[in-house]
Write a protein that binds this ligand. Structure first.
Ligand code: SF4
Length: 249
């Protein structure tokens, strides 16, 4: 009886419609930059940013480098505002460069999707995840994608234990030297056609470690990247909705 009353108290945890689900405002999603940001303020924010995500002149904020620490919003309230928009996944790097006064949604560009992705993976997508020097933040959120709340398995999207059983590679972490070969071997072991997804700011740009000599990101130079999911760590809704957009669901 005690267990039943605990379940009742928990209420319904399952999110019925992941496409329409919103996240409460303390969540830091897509930032919006005011038109009235001055040169001094822009320089102040650029100096403060720990990972070079802000370029002062002309002002832009690169979400592919941003660690979502919120410091720029803290020193420039009203000029930089993080909204609760969790739809940050894209297949074009340019969409992650945000400019003042442009409050536009980030999304997947259908013209840039490789043809085979939607024909092969629309109804089922098995993914192999490799943490290439990750800190377990993005990895924990990826684990959460399969829990009772998000249940991405309802769309046929699952993580598998072997690259031989996978349709694609999900990379987290900034790609350290000691993981570079392992990542390459894993990629080669996945049968064609295969997709590659970068999850988290570290995977997209190296993040706070971008200029570290301990990284070897050369692997990314020769393979097509199908989806980038910014965030530190990204929210499960960002990951799942990004894949659904990519595969045309
Ligand atoms: S929130 Fe992003 S852009 Fe702003 S200071 Fe932190 S890392 Fe830099």
């Amino acid at each position: 009886m005690k267990e039943i009353s605990i379940y009742r108290k928990h209420g319904r945890q399952f999110i019925k419609d992941l496409r329409k689900a919103e996240i409460a405002t303390p969540f830091r999603g897509r930032p919006v930059i005011g038109m009235d940001i001055t040169k001094n303020e822009a320089e102040q924010a650029a100096l403060l940013c720990p990972c070079g995500a802000i370029q002062p002149s002309p002002f832009c904020l690169d979400l592919g480098k941003c660690e979502f620490c919120g410091e720029c919003e803290f020193i420039l309230p009203g000029k930089i505002t993080f909204t609760n928009d969790h739809r940050l996944a894209t297949n074009t790097r340019e969409q992650l460069i945000l400019e003042p006064g442009k409050d536009r949604r980030i999304g997947v560009d259908p013209d840039k999707i490789r043809k085979e992705i939607r024909s092969f993976f629309r109804h089922s997508l098995k993914l192999r995840q490799v943490s290439a020097g990750g800190d377990n933040a993005a990895e924990m959120e990826l684990n959460a994608c399969g829990n009772v709340n998000f249940d991405m398995g309802r769309y046929g999207i699952e993580f598998v234990a072997s690259p031989r059983h996978a349709d694609g590679l999900v990379i987290t972490g900034p790609i350290t030297r000691n993981m570079a070969d392992a990542l390459h071997i894993c990629y080669e072991a996945i049968p064609d056609p295969k997709i590659v997804i970068l999850v988290g700011t570290a995977a997209i740009s190296g993040g706070i470690f971008h200029d570290s000599p301990a990284l070897d990101r050369s692997f990314l130079e020769n393979i097509p990247i199908d989806l980038m999911i910014p965030g530190n760590p990204p929210h499960p809704l960002t990951f799942i909705n990004g894949i659904l957009d990519l595969t045309g669901r």
